[in-house]
Design a protein around this ligand. Structure first.
Ligand SMILES: Cc1cc2nc3c(=O)[nH]c(=O)nc-3n(C[C@H](O)[C@H](O)[C@H](O)COP(=O)(O)OP(=O)(O)OC[C@H]3O[C@@H](n4cnc5c(N)ncnc54)[C@H](O)[C@@H]3O)c2cc1C
Length: 318
């Protein structure tokens, strides 16, 4: 089969690799200029900072096995264990996406605007029309639901329930410092912080940056409150950071705003297929009902990508 995957984040990349290994022809269509999605790293002068996932943890045997390979390839490393290991991209989280995309067919800077049924298959329209036998949408559920709503597909009542899933936003302030400062034991503070701050990371101490750049992760509630006031939000992030860390000698600063950072409510299955079309949805918010953590994270995206690929392989054989 020829399969189109909308989105080159963790779930899309994993599904693509498994489907391609099973002999299918796979194309990833990604709207950004790089793969990785919320595995995101930004360059700032001589250094860089992660501004999506901070680290990932591993509970499942499948991911445990895979992480060993990624470690052997030098793509990930253990940051610290407390008591469970926290893994990070050795050279930034985004490099994990780049590594997983090796050998895959990826179209970058291509945003899919509509999905239509055409001659027994599916047609995606962005800057051109692309034809597939089956399609996987990996965008966060609210974005996937909006894409479906705006498309000429027959959506059943069950399909339309996807609109009910809500994600919360996140602001991440990036502050490049002129002088290094110690942030917690390992370059991470995630407790007893001023209201609004979820985590503070020093990317230098995390081992991914030549210069000290702080990533200040704000809570969902705070980010919702400040969502439309970006300039003021940056100032407030700095004020709260100084309240926690003392005076900072700031070289430069930037703000990253995620409209869809994590699901407020998860979907209780690892993927969903539209009732009348060969179109599947997967991603971090699609969790096994017995998922031990119950929240969206890198590992849930990984498992969802694996499971949707298994299902499509079975579908192709039937
Ligand atoms: C600020 C922040 C902090 C986080 N911290 C952690 C953490 O510490 N630990 C952890 O485990 N997880 C963390 N996460 C969550 C983790 O990053 C995600 O669970 C995981 O990366 C999601 O992968 P995904 O494939 O489901 O989705 P995504 O990575 O969002 O991938 C979806 C992709 O689809 C693309 N796309 C969307 N619409 C279209 C379209 N119409 N056309 C083409 N492409 C499209 C997007 O550009 C994106 O690349 C964090 C997330 C954020 C935002």
């Amino acid at each position: 089969m020829k399969i189109g995957i909308i989105g080159g984040g963790m779930s899309g990349l994993i599904a693509a690799r498994d489907l391609q290994s099973a002999g299918h022809t796979v194309e990833i269509i990604e709207k950004s200029r790089s793969v990785g999605g919320r595995l995101a790293t930004r360059r700032m002068n001589d250094g860089q900072a992660d501004h999506g996932a901070v680290y990932f943890t591993v509970r499942s045997d499948e991911l445990k096995q895979e992480v060993k390979e990624w470690q052997a390839a030098g793509v990930v490393k253990e940051w610290f264990a407390d008591p469970y290991p926290r893994y990070v991209g050795s050279n930034g989280m985004n490099k994990i996406g780049k590594y997983l995309a090796e050998g895959l067919d990826v179209r970058l800077n291509e945003k899919i605007e509509t999905i239509a049924a055409k001659e027994g298959g599916i047609m995606l329209t962005g800057s051109e029309q692309l034809h597939y036998d089956a399609v996987i949408i990996t965008a966060p559920i609210p974005q996937a639901a909006a894409l479906l709503e705006g498309s000429p597909l027959n959506l059943t009542q069950e399909d339309q329930k996807l609109k009910e899933y809500i994600f919360e936003p996140a602001f991440v302030g990036l502050i490049e410092l002129n002088e290094n400062i110690q942030v917690g034991e390992y370059g991470l503070l995630d407790q007893d912080l001023p209201e609004g701050i979820l985590k503070i990371v020093n990317n230098g101490e995390k081992g991914i940056s030549n210069n000290p750049i702080l990533s200040i992760y704000m809570t969902g509630e705070w980010s919702e409150k400040w969502f439309d006031r970006e300039e003021a939000a940056m100032e407030e992030v700095v004020r709260l950071s100084v309240e926690q860390l003392g005076d900072l000698s700031i070289a430069s600063k930037q703000l990253k705003r995620w409209r869809y950072a994590q699901a407020k409510q998860v979907f209780n299955a690892p993927y969903y297929q539209l009732e009348q079309h060969p179109v599947w949805l997967c991603g971090d918010a699609f969790l096994d009902p017995d998922d031990p953590s119950g929240h969206t994270r890198v590992e849930s995206a990984y498992i969802s990508g694996k499971k949707v690929a298994e299902q499509i392989i079975r579908f192709a054989q039937s």
